[in-house]
Structures are given as structure tokens and as C-alpha cells.
Design a binder for this molecule. Structure first.
Ligand code: ATP
Length: 306
């Protein structure tokens, strides 16, 4: 009975905390991970964030030790700069974000933030330093205000509006008759993909994290939404170290560096212009994506018939 009561107690706590809006996303992740992969070192101290430089040094990792997924990946994102990670499906892009968040530990190599190995500091402080804009934002059946405030329970109204302004969703909210009190989610106002993403950005910005992790959605978008998302990204990354796990190559044009991951190895790296000129994997991916977009634009054009 005791064995059963303990996990139920955790769920009960999560449920009542959720209702009160007291629980933080990372805390929930932590609580729900019953068999935690990693634990804090005894006496681990909080991360001391300075600029928020992120480095992966020769990282080897496999979810199953018999199947290595990352075969010695290295990159460095200087404080305040933006790194985009692109590559075919299954290359290991999301795995990199999980290692940065320290859901797992690498078998070899180090992940550091401002020179500190993430294994030496508390997980709470690592996760507290990173704002995540996930692929699919979960909106609660509650007000827009609540949905943004969720990023930092107890935040003031001013802080919430400031985050909403930076995420460029404030003006939209003001056009709604009930403003921030508008109910969203399944039983409320349905937000578009781009609007949902901005709520997620506002939520992440509310934490004012030195590091931003942007996991882009895979779904195809029209050009206007795509441009909007690029603007969202700029708002989210300004003044922060940013990692973009990119599926659409147009979002990586402005990145300070692009890393092309293939089968768990860095196959190419450079700026957008350098990689296009190099005529390798990235240039091929770019050409293919442009072709698909042109086809999509043609089929959407007025008068087009199948
Ligand atoms: P995509 O573009 O499709 O999102 P990705 O580059 O992000 O792909 P990852 O999600 O990092 O790829 O996956 C890399 C490899 O690791 C894949 O072969 C996948 O099957 C494997 N993998 C991912 N998550 C797990 C997991 N939790 N347990 C075991 N294997 C996993």
C-alpha cells in the first residue's frame, strides 16, 4: 500500500498544484519522471550564470548503450549568439536539446554552461536557466493571462504584459473583447499555430532565461506564417544565447552558426551563405525545400486546378 500511496501522492500534489497554478513545467517534468535518469551530485551547487555560453565537447550518447546516437558532437554557442541545428530526421537534433536540459547524461564528453559541467550543478538551476519554446505548446483551458503566467507562477501583471509585448502577442490580445481574460484552449478561443507559439514565447520570456531553446514544429506553414515565426524568433532570442532545432531552413538564415547534423555527427558547419556556397548537404536540403515551397505556392495560386 505504501508503494502505491507514494506515487499517488505525487500525482495528487501535481493535480492540486496545477489547479492553483503553482507548478512550473520543469518541476512537473521532474516529478513525473519516476525512474529518473540523472540525479544531482551530493552537495551540487547552483549554476552560476554569466553570459550563458553553451558548449558541447565531444559528446557521445545513446539512449541504449548498445546503440550510440551521437558520435562525438562538438559545438560552442558564445553568450548571446544563435546556433541552429539542422539535419535529416533521426539525426539526433532533439537528443541534443534533451542533453542540454540534462534529461540524460552523455556517455563521454561534457556539456557546459558558462564553463560549468551540467553534471556538477543542480538540475533545477540548469533548467531554470533555459527557456523552452516546444514544438507543440500545450494551452490550458484557462485565460490567456493564466497561460502566460504559467511560465513564472506569481509574476506581476506588468511582467506578464511586458513578456507578451516582447513576444508580439500583446496587440493581438488587446483586440479581443475580454483581453487577457479571454479563455483559450479546447473550450475557448482557438489560437492559430503562430499565436500559440507566441504565447509559448511569452511564457518562456517571463522566466527571463539567459538561454533559449527553440524546438521548431515540423508542420508545413504558409509563407506569411513563416515570416511571422521568424519575427517571433528574433523577439525571443534577442540578447540571449539561442539554440534552434530547425526543421524549416528559412528560420536559420540569420543564425550566427548553423550545424548540420547527419547520423549523429556534425557533417557541416558555417553561416547560411557559407553553407550554401559549400554545395554540400545543406545546399541540397535548401534547394529541395525551395522547390517544395514553389510547388506549394503554385498549387495555392488562384485558378489552379488539379
Ligand atoms: P526529427 O527531425 O525527426 O525530430 P531528430 O534529429 O530530432 O529527428 P532525435 O529525436 O534526436 O532525432 O532521435 C535520434 C535517434 O534517437 C533516433 O534514431 C531515435 O529513434 C532515437 N531516440 C530518440 N528518442 C529516444 C528515446 N527516448 N529512446 C530511445 N531512442 C530514442
Amino acid at each position: 500500500l505504501l508503494q502505491l500511496a507514494a506515487p499517488l501522492g505525487v500525482f495528487g500534489w501535481v493535480y492540486s498544484s496545477l489547479k492553483q497554478g503553482l507548478v512550473d513545467m520543469e518541476k512537473m517534468f521532474e516529478l513525473l519522471r519516476v525512474d529518473r535518469e540523472v540525479a544531482d551530485k551530493p552537495g551540487a551547487q547552483p549554476l552560476q550564470v554569466r553570459g550563458g555560453e553553451v558548449a558541447f565537447e565531444n559528446i557521445r550518447f545513446g539512449y541504449d548503450p548498445r546503440r550510440e546516437i551521437l558520435h562525438g558532437v562538438s559545438f560552442r554557442v558564445p553568450a548571446g549568439k544563435t546556433l541552429a541545428i539542422v539535419g535529416p530526421t533521426g539525426a539526433g537534433k532533439s537528443t541534443i536539446s534533451r542533453l542540454l536540459f540534462r534529461f540524460y547524461d552523455a556517455a563521454d564528453g561534457r556539456v557546459t554552461i558558462d564553463g560549468q559541467d551540467v553534471r556538477d550543478v543542480t538540475q533545477t538551476s540548469v533548467r531554470g536557466a533555459i527557456g523552452i519554446v516546444p514544438q507543440d505548446t500545450v494551452l490550458f483551458n484557462d485565460t490567456i493571462y493564466y497561460n502566460i503566467a504559467y511560465g513564472r507562477p506569481g509574476a506581476t501583471k506588468e511582467a506578464i504584459e511586458h513578456a507578451a509585448r516582447m513576444a508580439e502577442i500583446h496587440d493581438f490580445v488587446m483586440t479581443l473583447p475580454d483581453g487577457y481574460e479571454t479563455k483559450v484552449g479546447e473550450r475557448g478561443l482557438k489560437l492559430s499555430g503562430g499565436e500559440k507559439q507566441r504565447v509559448a514565447i511569452a511564457r518562456a520570456l517571463l522566466k527571463d532565461p539567459p538561454i533559449m531553446l527553440f524546438d521548431e514544429a515540423t508542420s508545413a506553414l504558409d509563407t506569411a506564417t513563416e515570416r511571422g515565426i521568424q519575427a517571433n524568433l528574433r523577439a525571443a532570442s534577442s540578447g540571449r544565447t539561442t539554440l534552434i532545432i530547425a526543421h524549416r531552413l528559412s528560420t536559420v538564415i540569420d543564425a550566427d552558426e548553423i550545424v548540420v547534423l547527419e547520423k549523429g555527427r556534425v557533417a557541416e558547419r558555417g553561416t547560411f551563405d557559407q553553407l550554401r556556397a559549400a554545395d554540400g548537404i545543406f545546399a541540397t536540403m535548401w534547394a529541395k525545400q525551395q522547390e517544395q515551397q514553389n510547388l506549394a505556392a503554385q498549387s495555392a495560386a488562384p485558378g489552379f486546378q488539379l
